[in-house]
Every structure is written in structure tokens, then in C-alpha cells.
Design a protein around this ligand. Sequence first.
Ligand code: NAD
Ligand code: TDX
Length: 343
Amino acid sequence: MTIIVTGGAGFIGSNFIFHLHSAHPEDRIVCIDKLTYAGNLSTLQSVIGAPNFRFCKLDICDRAGVEALFEQERPDIVVNFAAESHVDRSIEDPGVFLRTNIMGVSVLLDACRKYGVSRFHQVSTDEVYGDLPLDRPDLFFTEQTPIHASSPYSASKASADLLVLAYCRTYGLPATISRCSNNYGPYHFPEKLIPLMIVNCLHDRPLPVYGEGLNVRDWLYVEDHCRAIDLIIRRGRVGEVYNVGGHNEMRNIDIVKLICQKLGKPESLITHVADRKGHDLRYAIDPEKIHKELGWLPETKFEDGIQRTIDWYLANRPWWEEIISGEYQNYYETMYGNRERLE
Ligand code: NAD
Ligand code: TDX
């Protein structure tokens, strides 16, 4: 089988390629990535050169380029990870989120129709459901929860989901969608909470916690997400949405304190700063459907996953040092330089 993986030079896409490469060595993997600020070709060095792997620098919005690649490769399956993925960036500048996350998906859908792929899988997010209140721990997102996006990022992902379902119904395109909770693990770009806190701790820099840090996220180790997607593309039912999450809810402040403790850094580094606009309070996934239908369960406990992640950042300094020494410095200054500090 030939599987096109878009966004494969990013965090989850690269981990998915590593998973496919070891779990299904018989498959051919073609990675499409525009290599935006979040894409890093060096991440894929262990598979570049393998006979069943091809990398193609391509924008998913480039209709002619995407069609030419489909013409050459005639993929069986397309898994779309390519996206602008950072909520804070979407609040500063929504335009590129609409372009890649919506128009890019429409280009891929048209190519999938034209070349008759047997499966298009859209990697979506639990953020399309909006948020849950902090004082109702009994509530969870199910696949029936109404779409209720909060940020330009989640609105763009929700739009893409609607488009995928419309292509499925109108044209009979064999598509599936997964909506996963927050991932963490190796190759996570340092703008996101967990890697940002690890990297700042290692430099004894302030740890910017938005507001009081009481917002809750449901953390899943990236390999568990990759296994879920692999199951869905092979055994999931066409036209279906699958929620993916491991019942691992934590408050941001507790994550940051845990990282301080594990790295032997003082909690006095924690700096409460102005909250994110429209900040979602709590995400929590009900993963019953994927468990019952496909037998999926998370395998990595948070205690093990966070230790593995910290160890990875300690052992792979060149990977993230190169990132933070480049354009990231301007990003950091813009995002955090003048951000109000709360007492
Ligand atoms: P990421 O930002 O680390 O990687 C995104 C990748 O897409 C990068 O390699 C980038 O170069 C590429 N890309 C961006 N625009 C492109 C374009 N126009 N054409 C081709 N490539 C392009 O993101 P991630 O955290 O790995 O997320 C991957 C997917 O999973 C996204 O669709 C995201 O919405 C979804 N998701 C992420 C999480 C999470 O916790 N990180 C959770 C649920 C769902
Ligand atoms: O500096 C920070 N300080 C802080 O308090 C950052 C970057 C984040 N936060 C908070 C905001 C969130 O409540 O930490 C929480 C996690 O933030 P992010 O890492 O930016 O993730 P989130 O906004 O939850 O979105 C992530 O999960 C769902 C991914 O980035 C999305 O791509 C995915 O869809």
C-alpha cells in the first residue's frame, strides 16, 4: 500500500511516520510537508533514504502540485496532519489557519476524489467541541457533542471536519476523522506548553503560566495517538468520527510544577501572565467508541510518558537548540515580551 502522510515533518506526523515504518514495513510512505516554521526535515533523518520512504516538499494548498504527486504515487490512503496548529498564533493572525486548515483540506479532498483513494483520514482535535466547565467533572466530549469552536484555530479545524463529512456524504468519499486530546512526547515544537516549560526550565527562564493555570487539558502520549490513527485507517468505519483520549486530565499549573520538580528547578520560576483570549477551560475526551469498536486503549501512563519526554529533550538538545536560536526568538519576544505579569 502507498500511504501519503501530510505534515509529516511536524510533531505528530513524524511520530506517525516512525510508527508506520516499524509497524508496517511493507507499506510505502510518501510524506508531503511545506516545511513551515513547525516542520523540520532533520526530524525525519532516520527514515530518509529508506527504500519505502519519499519526502516531497509541497504545500497542500498547491492544487497542481498535489495532483501531480497523486498522479505519480496513486496513493491508497491519505492521512492529513498538515495544519497550522498553535492556538496563540491563530489569535494573532488567523489568515494562514484558514488557508491551510480549510482550503488545503479541500485541495486534498478533491485529489482524493479524482484518484479514487480507498481512505482519506483527517486528523482533527477535541478543540472543535469548545470547552467544558471546570466544576462539572462528570462531563466529557463524545462524538455527539455539538461543534462549538472557540479560537480561529479550532474554528478552522471544525470547518475542515464539516467539509470532510460533506465530501463523504455528497460524493461517497471514503473518509474518517479522529478528534484527539492534547499530545505530548518527542519532537513537540517548543512553543507548546510542555516542551516550552522544559526548555525554559533548562535555561532557568521564567515559566509563563496563563492566568492562574487552572485550565485543564487531557494529555495523551503521542505514540498512543499514532496507534489509534493506524487502527482507524485500517479498520475504522467510513464516515465515522472517533474521539481519542486517555482520561488523563491535568491542570496546567500542576504540569508546570511537575516539570520543575523533575528538572530540580525552583517553582519561583513560575510567572503568572495575562490569560489567552477566549481560553478554553477544560477538555476531556470520552474514548468509549474507539475502545469498543477497535479495541484501542492508551498504553503509556502519564508518569512514564512525561519522564520519557523530559529525557528526550535532555538527550536531544541540538534538535531544539537549533529551533530556539532562529526565528523562534522573535516569536517568543512578540508573544511573551510585553505580556502583562499577574501578581
Ligand atoms: P505541528 O505544527 O507540529 O506540525 C504541522 C506540520 O504541518 C509541520 O510539519 C508543517 O510544516 C506542516 N504544514 C503546515 N502547513 C502546511 C501546508 N500548507 N502544506 C503542507 N504542510 C504544512 O502540528 P502537530 O502538533 O504535529 O499537529 C498535527 C495535526 O494534529 C494537526 O492537524 C493538529 O490540528 C492535530 N492535532 C494536534 C494535537 C496536539 O496536541 N498537538 C492534538 C489533536 C490534534
Ligand atoms: O506559555 C504557555 N502558557 C500556558 O499557560 C502556553 C504555550 C500554554 N499555556 C496553557 C494554555 C493551555 O491551557 O497551556 C495549555 C496548553 O496550551 P498549548 O500547548 O498551546 O495547547 P492547546 O492550546 O491546549 O492546544 C493543543 O491541543 C489541541 C495543540 O496545540 C492543538 O494543536 C491541539 O489541537
